[in-house]
Design a protein around this ligand. Structure first.
Ligand SMILES: [Ca+2]
Length: 435
């Protein structure tokens, strides 16, 4: 039976639509699985701290080692965009990636004004046969995977999703770190949330007293470093279990990575693990009480005060990032970049050209010598050699002096042919010269 052409057209269109709406994650072998990572929040403490930690020096002088591209969504105030651009500029000097990092940042009502922002990474997992530099059966923030591989693993997805609270009335959008009394420094919030999107996040959580880890049974790279005070890796504890729940709420949790430890005086930095567990905050932050406001390592703590600015990513966070696989430019916080301002001293070296003006000065001095001094020079021939010793430029002076000398020589034959007459010609010549 023949179908009418209209139905055929409809069927082929429907087939096309189905083909395009098939989930892209039904990937071919070798391509990673992907998932949305947990969204981690930053809370307002409501306390004026009166502290300001400035951006690392190398931020101002070092070239960018990564590029962060932002797609703003929602009705962003212009000042907020400016502060966002400033904060992303700090991260762009703190990590190395040849692949641009894409962020979708939305300006929206986050429900409660105490929630300042929230962000999470897109996660990928290559299963049992990962590319070089990536651990098997482990979830990674895609921005990190891209940096390791040097190509864009998920070109059509943002690497980081971030949200900022449009209902917070106390925002301070300045970028100078001089957060006024009762104001909240927006740039610090952006810097913090980008930190979560770039990898400061794990999968562990507690529900009904049961602790668990993993997405589809696989840990996030950050989870590999979670250690309790007794030196037991949390990934070795049964998941889900009450034991793991106790560990995640015991206030005795650390990040056991060698670079993080090195940045923390040789001991593992303490993670935030309060009781009860705070979803979207516990475990994915440094401990608030250890890294208080004003501490250079306080960026990735769970709350931010008023009149508090933290514009440094902090050596411990850089260490944690290096432990999970990021390449950190100048990983050791070298004082050398801080010395770069002293390079302005070379500008003082530009004063040496002014020194070249002094030769020109001596030139003019010798010029005056040619005018008035040359008569006395002709008086005694022995004077002219001594002049040539004093300066190279006075050499030109002597040159003119000798020309006059030869002129007297040609005059002598015409006067008298006697050799003794040279003496008399000189006498004749003297008063002439003096005139
Ligand atoms: Ca804090």
């Amino acid at each position: 039976m023949r179908r009418p052409p209209a139905i055929l057209a409809f069927l082929s269109l429907a087939l096309l639509l189905i083909a395009f709406s098939l989930p892209s994650r039904a990937a071919s072998p070798g391509e990673p699985r992907q998932a949305a990572g947990p969204m981690i929040t930053l809370r307002a403490s409501g306390v004026n701290e009166f502290t300001s930690v400035t951006a690392p020096q190398r931020t101002r002088y070092a070239p960018k080692s990564a590029t962060i591209n932002v797609a703003f969504s929602g009705d962003w105030p212009e000042d907020a965009r400016t502060a966002f651009t400033y904060a992303k500029g700090i991260w762009e000097t703190q990590l190395t990636s040849s692949v641009p990092i894409s962020v979708t940042a939305s300006w929206e009502d986050l429900g409660s004004p105490t929630i300042l922002g929230s962000a999470g990474p897109r996660l990928v997992n290559f299963g049992g046969s990962p590319p070089s530099g990536i651990q098997a059966n482990t979830w990674y923030p895609v921005a990190l995977v891209n940096a390791i591989r040097g190509n864009d693993t998920l070109p059509s997805n943002p690497d980081i999703i971030a949200q900022f609270n449009s209902t917070q009335a106390a925002w301070y959008f300045g970028t100078d770190g001089q957060t006024p009394n009762n104001k909240i420094d927006f740039a610090s919030v952006v810097l913090h949330e980008l930190g979560h999107g770039l990898g400061f996040v794990g999968s562990m959580q507690v529900s009904g007293g049961q602790g668990s880890w993993g997405l589809s049974g696989a840990p996030v790279i950050y989870d590999q470093f979670a250690l309790n005070g007794q030196g037991i890796r949390l990934l070795t504890i049964t998941s889900p279990s009450t034991d793991l729940g106790i560990e995640l709420q015991g206030g005795d949790l650390f990040f056991d990575g060698s670079n993080a430890m090195a940045a923390n005086g040789g001991t593992a930095p303490r993670l935030y693990a309060p009781n009860p567990f705070e979803p979207g905050s516990s475990y994915a932050h440094l401990d608030e009480d250890t890294f208080i406001a004003g501490d250079t390592n306080s960026l990735m703590t769970p709350s931010l005060g008023m009149a508090e600015a933290i514009h440094d990513t902090g050596a411990i966070t850089r260490g944690i990032f290096e432990d999970i696989g990021w390449t950190i430019p100048g990983a050791v916080p070298t004082p050398t970049p801080t010395h770069t301002p002293t390079a302005t001293h070379t500008a003082t070296a530009t004063r040496t050209p002014t020194a070249t003006q002094s030769p020109t000065n001596t030139a003019t001095t010798t010029a005056t010598a040619t005018g008035t001094l040359s008569p006395t020079a002709t008086a005694s021939t022995t004077h002219t050699p001594t002049r040539t010793v004093t300066g190279t430029q006075s050499a030109t002076v002597t040159a003119t002096a000798t020309t006059t000398a030869t002129e007297t020589a040609t005059h002598t034959p015409t006067a008298t042919s006697q050799p003794t007459q040279t003496g008399t010609t000189q006498r004749l010549f003297l008063p002439l010269a003096i005139r």
